[in-house]
Design a protein around this ligand. Structure first.
Ligand code: MN
Length: 441
């Protein structure tokens, strides 16, 4: 990847040429389409596709069992001569996600070359430039994919340990299964929303500790959960698991996620089948999908696991990424936002390939555009806890904010947003943000 673009990118930008995250945007006029972020601009891939720049992408080797289960030869041959569908004049990335890593890498190489300060043909083509760039401030971002299914893991040791300590005491904080498999629940895809969408305080059934019977009303303990989530690229057929060694090729990229949670509803409803209405009223994600290619310079070894996992969850050089993560709160009365937690993706005990291998080990079929989330990412210190439940220890130690304000839980008018980035030398590969403002029910 070239080090510099002919596009002016501010030094603190999340989106230098090293990043090139994919998203779906709608310009003021015209349909939604796919673009990549560069500095404060978006490069419109549908315009480039219409001019033939990506002709070779569809001819890239297609991994088996992708592209709607067509045999690879059929898929490549049928699209090379006359592409039946467009990849980028589309309101979702699903078709591109389904193509797999060789096509993603090829596209990234083409984009790197087009945007480079050295080799760009785009730079010298004023007419094309005028059509191919949009200002991010002038478009509306949409969900990057049609998300068919969504799963939320529970993979941060410190989060699981803190919550377990609150419920069962420190001796029994972790359930016996926790270090043997990546615990998860199936979430709801229909209520996943794009960053910036208002979050309506949910109503539900709760049972106050001192009440004899449950009551109904708006949640009184609305929380956020700082998470990341990854998008599935090529899927796997029902009945065929993805081995941990192949799992990486099924992962397209990562976004930030806020798993809004109503703790009072959760406390009353969750036993014995787990989260339900406490979670499925709204889940927010950031619009730009940062690819594993862009994250590669920030790859780190996964910490040793004790006990050693079963063999289907074990691979040589299992990995994580050094992604710095923060949550920020702005109440209606605050003049400036406050950063309320700082944590890191490396605090996840289970890796993304372990999560994917485990999810499919029983033959469960994942599909392009499915979303697999990390669970709340908490670190070892009080300042690195990833939700209000932990930060305030179930409301016992309210957050202290400027102007003598405090918060046990989120209140109407509060805006919570999560940011994330990898720090390189002189540049950062950033995720942008996922934000939401709470509005009363
Ligand atoms: Mn969660």
């Amino acid at each position: 990847m070239p080090l510099l673009s002919f596009i002016n990118v501010p030094p603190n930008s999340d989106f230098p040429i090293q990043n090139l995250p994919f998203g779906v945007f709608k310009p003021r006029e015209g349909n939604a389409r796919v673009g990549v972020a560069i500095g404060e601009l978006i490069l419109d891939l549908s315009v480039l596709e219409a001019r033939g720049f990506f002709f070779d992408v569809l001819a890239a080797p297609v991994p088996s069992r992708s592209r709607n289960n067509l045999p690879p030869e059929t898929a490549a041959a049928s699209t090379k001569t006359a592409p039946a569908t467009t990849l980028f004049a589309s309101d979702s990335l699903n078709a591109f996600m389904a193509l797999g890593r060789p096509a993603w890498k090829k596209t990234r190489d083409i984009l790197g070359s087009l945007l480079s300060a050295e080799t760009s043909t785009l730079r010298d083509n004023a007419e094309l430039r005028a059509h191919a760039f949009h200002k991010q401030s002038e478009v509306t971002m949409q969900l990057p994919a049609r998300i068919g299914d969504y799963t939320d893991f529970y993979s941060s040791y410190h989060h699981a340990h803190n919550v377990g300590t609150m419920l069962r005491g420190p001796e029994n904080a972790l359930m016996p299964n926790w270090k043997w498999l990546p615990v998860a629940y199936h979430g709801r895809a229909s209520s996943i929303v794009i960053s910036g969408t208002e979050v309506k305080r949910p109503h539900g059934q709760t049972k106050p500790p001192d009440a004899a019977t449950p009551v109904f009303g708006p949640s009184k303990s609305l929380d956020f959960e700082l998470e990341t989530a990854f998008f599935i690229g090529p899927g796997n057929p029902l009945g065929q698991s993805v081995s941990i060694d192949q799992a990486e090729d099924h992962i397209f990229g990562i976004v930030l996620m806020n798993d809004w949670s109503a703790r009072d509803i959760q406390t009353w409803e969750y036993q014995p089948l787990g989260p339900f209405l406490a979670k499925n009223f709204c889940t927010s994600i950031s619009p730009w999908v940062v690819t594993l290619e862009a994250l590669e310079p920030f790859r780190k070894n996964l910490s040793a696991q004790d006990p050693a996992p079963l063999s289907y969850l074990k691979r040589a050089n299992d990995f994580t990424f050094d992604i710095q993560l923060e949550a920020h709160l702005q109440t209606a009365r605050m003049r400036e936002p406050q950063t309320i937690t700082r944590t890191n993706f490396q605090n996840l005990y289970w890796s993304i390939v372990q999560q994917l291998a485990h999810h499919t080990v029983n033959g469960c079929n994942l599909q392009p555009g499915d979303l697999l989330a990390s669970g709340t990412i908490s670190g070892p210190t009080e300042e690195s806890r990833g939700c209000m439940l932990e930060l305030t220890w179930r409301g016992q130690n309210p957050l202290k904010l400027p102007d003598a304000q405090t918060r046990k839980w989120l209140e109407d008018g509060d805006t919570l947003w999560i940011t994330g980035w990898c720090q390189g030398e002189g540049y950062r590969v950033g995720f942008g943000e996922v934000s939401g403002r709470i509005v009363g029910a």
